[in-house]
Write a protein that binds this ligand. Structure first.
Ligand SMILES: *Cc1c(COP(=O)(O)O)cnc(C)c1O
Length: 328
């Protein structure tokens, strides 16, 4: 992804923290009888596209001369920040909800980060880290703008992979919007540089069990943080109070996009459908594919449609064992 260095706000090349990540394959697939371009964002060093954001953010931390960071995450962002800090020799503390998938917590700890397990909700974890962030730099994937300067590179790549053409629709997961808002920034950069002439429609997918953006979009109102939240397999996008909610809704509106929701059964079916074609993705990533399926049912086939596999199946072995057991 650092091939786009001129468009990434790191001043000195010496500060770049990288595993030579990025330029993930964009495969043409036939899903439910239609052609879809699938960006393989699960094939990153830590198993999710969060590495794009972590690479830029941790490079910035190094450029600022800082030695320690804190971050809170339901899993994958914590893994990515911990890995890039390990690579940079920066101390790292990650706050996670107590019910985070054990493999994700193991991965964070293995990179040498200090893990704080916080009881209560995802929002209690966010509160705990804010207190720590009064003294230590907050390398947040949802607040820190440098993270989005990394995730925007996905838009650069997929336009380059399509021969500097902009797709018609991009179907993405949305919780805090790191990929959706990052992509929006990337497409805007490309349009401003005259490399593409249109920004694609951005379609955000949420799990019905936790869908504050969907409801705000439906009602054309602000995000309601107090909506009841149920358990969902899509833990990575179960964000009850998205801090950039207003920005996300604005991006959807500006691109004439939409927000769709998917049920738990649809997430399981999508995971199995994809796996039977040789792709192993985690349930959060399968939620996006369930949304893609919904979209394809009423879309025109001449469009260029792009979607993503956002996280690797090896992240969620326990959940996948349960899904398989239910099948039998
Ligand atoms: C982080 C993540 C998402 C989406 O994240 P938001 O930033 O909350 O919109 C989707 N899938 C996976 C696997 C993730 O790790």
């Amino acid at each position: 992804m650092w091939r786009y260095q001129e468009a990434i706000p790191i001043n000195d090349q010496e500060n770049i923290i990288t595993f030579q990540e990025g330029f993930s394959p964009l495969l043409p697939l036939n899903f439910w009888g239609q052609k879809v371009w699938m960006k393989q964002e699960h094939l990153f060093p830590t198993g999710s596209y969060k590495d794009r954001g972590a690479s830029v953010l941790v490079s910035k931390v190094k450029e600022l001369g800082l030695k320690e960071v804190v971050e809170d995450s339901s899993g994958n962002a914590g893994c990515a920040i911990a890995a890039y800090c390990a690579r940079a020799g920066i101390e790292c503390q990650i706050f996670v909800p107590h019910d985070t998938s054990p493999p994700k917590v193991a991965q964070i700890e293995a990179y040498g980060a200090r893990v704080h397990r916080i009881s209560g909700s995802r929002e209690d974890t966010a509160q705990a880290v804010l207190e720590a962030a009064e003294k230590i730099y907050y390398a947040s994937h949802s607040w820190n703008p440098f993270f989005f300067q990394g995730t925007k590179t996905m838009a650069f790549e997929l336009c380059e992979q399509l021969g500097w053409q902009s797709p018609d629709v991009v179907i993405l997961p949305v919780g805090n919007g790191t990929l959706l808002l990052g992509s929006f920034l990337g497409f805007k950069d490309l349009r401003q540089a005259g490399l593409i002439n249109k920004i694609p429609r951005l379609l955000g997918i949420q799990a019905a069990a936790c869908a504050p953006l969907y409801w705000a979009w439906q009602k054309n109102s602000a995000v309601e943080p107090s909506l009841p939240k149920q358990e969902t397999l899509a833990e990575g996008i179960a964000i009850a109070n998205p801090i950039r909610g207003r920005q996300i809704l604005q991006a959807i509106k500006e691109t004439a996009g939409d927000i769709l929701i998917v049920e738990e059964e649809e997430i399981k079916e999508a995971l199995i459908y994809v796996a039977h074609r040789g792709f192993y993705i985690e349930p959060t990533a399968a939620a996006t594919i369930a949304g893609l399926r919904k979209y394809l049912l009423n879309s025109a086939s001449y469009q260029t449609i792009v979607s993503v596999f956002s996280g690797h199946g090896l992240k969620a072995t326990e959940k996948i064992i349960k899904i398989l057991a239910d099948l039998h």
